[in-house]
Design a protein around this ligand. Structure first.
Ligand SMILES: [Zn+2]
Ligand SMILES: [Zn+2]
Length: 347
């Protein structure tokens, strides 16, 4: 079958037409991939940056960790999904045995493995995955939307991690890639008073505006803009850092009021200094970070919002390409694009 692989620990990828056909062993599910979505991590893996190398994958491996598909076959002992089911995939494979896993924090599993890195991923016509990462889609959620849920789940988790500090509150979102956009969208859906998004790229700014966020340029005065809106409250109630750009945290901490919350989502490539005395101790700001989705609270809540019609994600998709054009798809990530999909049925 056709698959997009990372052939070796160097820059680049390869589209293979002769990749071995996967089969479902015990506890495994064989899927016909409907759509697979790309994210910044795929670009890192393509470029083989230090942060990509830190994932410790062993090429050759099929890339792709955001995808959806229809169940073609199930292996021995599989009970939670059946042939014909439409599913989205959690990308983190957790051990269910370590301390975090046994105490309700599997999202910080000590032995996390990742789809498309440590086992073959979804940039292929078919894939086999452990039963445990399959999430059945509600009838009114399309397979294409299903491919967006892994990354939308990161936004959902960020909102959860803030203690839902968005309803009737002033919300700052730094960075309008797909995760930042969905964070802004969920905050608005949950009744935020203000959602101010910070983003330099004109295409992404337009996307943020289209969902009802107020957009400002990072080179503009973010702090005074927030102060004006906040008045005597002294700053915004919550901020989400979704850009991963180094050096942005002091600005966000300045824009927040006392006892506010900052949730970091983006991963800066190097340590990012902050003023503990001024911002954490004296101002009392709570700093929290997230990685991936809470298992399974995040999925349950995201599916509820989608099923109820309160949240709709299709608008995020700007490009659909065949597997053969994987190079071009990765190239698109740095340009004017929202979510870029690889669709194996396209030729
Ligand atoms: Zn991703
Ligand atoms: Zn674990």
């Amino acid at each position: 079958m056709k698959a997009v692989i990372k052939p070796s620990q160097t820059r680049g990828i390869e589209v293979r037409k002769d990749w071995a056909e996967p089969t479902a062993g015990p506890g495994e599910v064989l899927l016909d991939i409907a759509a697979a979505s790309l994210c910044g991590t795929d670009r890192e893996l393509y470029e083989w940056t230090p942060s990509a190398q830190a994932f410790n994958l062993r090429p050759p491996v099929v890339l792709g960790h955001e995808g959806s598909g229809t169940v073609l076959a199930v292996g021995e002992g599989v009970t939670s999904v059946a042939v014909g089911d439409r599913v989205a995939l959690e990308s983190h494979l957790v051990c269910n045995a370590c301390y975090p896993c046994r105490t309700g924090s599997a999202h910080t599993c000590e032995r996390t493995r990742i789809l498309g890195m440590h086992i073959d991923g979804v940039f292929a016509e078919r894939v086999t995955v452990p039963e445990g990462i399959c999430v059945r889609l509600p009838d009114n959620v399309s397979l294409e939307t299903g491919a967006l849920l892994e990354s939308a789940g990161v936004a959902m988790h960020a909102i959860q991690r803030s203690g839902y500090a968005v309803a009737g509150q002033s919300v700052l979102v730094n960075g309008c890639g797909p995760v930042g956009l969905v964070t802004a969208q969920i905050a608005l859906a949950m009744g935020a008073a203000h959602v101010v998004a910070v983003e330099p790229n004109p295409f992404r700014r337009k996307q943020a505006e289209s969902i009802g966020a107020t957009v400002i340029d990072p080179h503009g005065d973010v702090v005074s803009h927030c102060m004006d809106l906040a008045g005597a409250r002294g700053g915004f109630d919550v901020a989400f850092e979704v850009s991963g750009v180094r050096g942005v945290l002091p600005t966000l901490l300045d824009a927040l009021r006392r006892e506010a919350t900052l949730v970091t989502v983006g991963h800066p490539s190097e340590p990012a200094p902050i003023n503990i005395a001024a911002h954490v101790n004296k101002k009392g700001i709570t700093l929290r970070g997230i990685f991936g989705r809470r298992l399974w609270d995040t999925w349950e809540q995201l599916l509820l919002l989608l099923e109820s019609g309160r949240l709709e994600l299709d608008w995020l998709v700007t490009h659909r390409l065949p597997l053969d054009d994987a190079d071009e798809a990765i190239e698109l990530l740095t340009g004017d694009a929202g979510k870029v999909l690889l669709v194996p049925s396209l030729r």
